[in-house]
Design a protein around this ligand. Sequence first.
Ligand code: NAD
Length: 427
Amino acid sequence: MVATMPSSVPTMECESPHFLMAQRQLDEIAAEMGLPSQLHERLRYPKRSMVVTIPVRMDDGLVKTFTGYRVHHDVALGPAKGGIRFHPEVNLGEVASLAMLMTWKCALMGLPYGGAKGGIRCKPWQMSLGEQERLTRRYTSEIINLLGPDKDIPAPDMYTNEQTMAWIMDTYSINVGHTVPSVVTGKPVSIGGSLGRHEATGRGVAYCARRAVKHHNLNVEQPTVVVQGFGNVGSIAAKQLYSSGYKIVAVSDVHGGIRNEEGLDIPRLMAYMSEFGRVAGFPNSTTISNAELLSTKCDILIPAALGNQLREDNMESLDCKIVVEGANGPTSPEADIYLHEKGVLVVPDILANAGGVTVSYFEWVQGLMQLFWTEQEVNERLEQIMGRACDRVFALSQERTLRPRMAALRLGVSTIAEAKRLRGLYP
Ligand code: NAD
């Protein structure tokens, strides 16, 4: 158990279990690297947090009020960058912890960004497209002073997508009086999005999985893979690994899981998913529960759905050699330590799912230059950046006998610490 730092900052509204977990990770690496205590204390909290009330006219004519958040954790390296999620469990603590992770992730990947995150507490699946559009536009208008291509650049996250980004870009552009595509990333290609952005996170996850197989000296001809979550990240990671000859033996979505030890036909499963909206019932597969999915024997387990899925109460049942974290925060600190001690290689979220923000960076650069790259150029540059980050994390992890998560954090935190030291304290 890692001791938390005694703090002179009074308890903040963001101190939820999610946020305390992010702080504990920082505390652990700060102690290991000897981070100066004043800087450590500053980095334990967001730079700024905005909570907004969003009135929305619903389809029945009544007005319903929602709560929204946008948090900037640190902006020492550049504009704040981070996704916006729509989910009923969104709260200030969750958003603040994800903003902190974004700071470390961008720094680790060498991107000129600070860390941000946003969200609206809502049930998007119970809302019409028109209601979602009005919600998105009013939220954008409420947080507009934070946004801008040099200030804060949102992207999609859970239950938001290219269309959501198009609405944000349009609302911002109308308010400032001219079109500003670079205020968001993850937007449709026809209005300035990047080729390869939609697939980037899943592609990066698959890339890390292949790199981890080599690093772990996994000498199997056809590594077996289990994927929790078959949305953007999970389905694309599965498809990429399937194309590389890996055997995907089980996958799941919010409705349940399926298994076939001989391997699932992923292109067919993707077609089935678009027709039926779920993986359950796919021909030649057995239906399994979420718990059965996680304990399925495999070489590589990819959690690509929610946070806190591999925990103290199920870590002993896991039967894999490598975990590649597609989702944000899927492994609790206890499970991370347990798996590491058991010899399981855990590729942490800030590395494994950084493909999305990396290609978001490419999209922003292309938009600012008004010069667009081919999909091949995007994918090659993504592989270069992901490869370099994987090598640095695995090397530091070995050199200092750190868990890969701590090695990745150390690289991210030391970059921020150096930037803050050089910039100094104002005034
Ligand atoms: P998504 O909405 O496209 O897909 C989420 C998937 O998880 C869906 O298949 C859903 O059915 C499934 N799911 C939800 N609850 C589940 C449960 N209890 N059990 C099993 N499956 C469940 O979202 P996404 O964009 O694929 O994001 C997934 C995760 O990856 C999130 O943690 C997100 O923060 C993280 N992430 C996404 C990106 C990105 O670019 N999309 C980038 C970085 C991190």
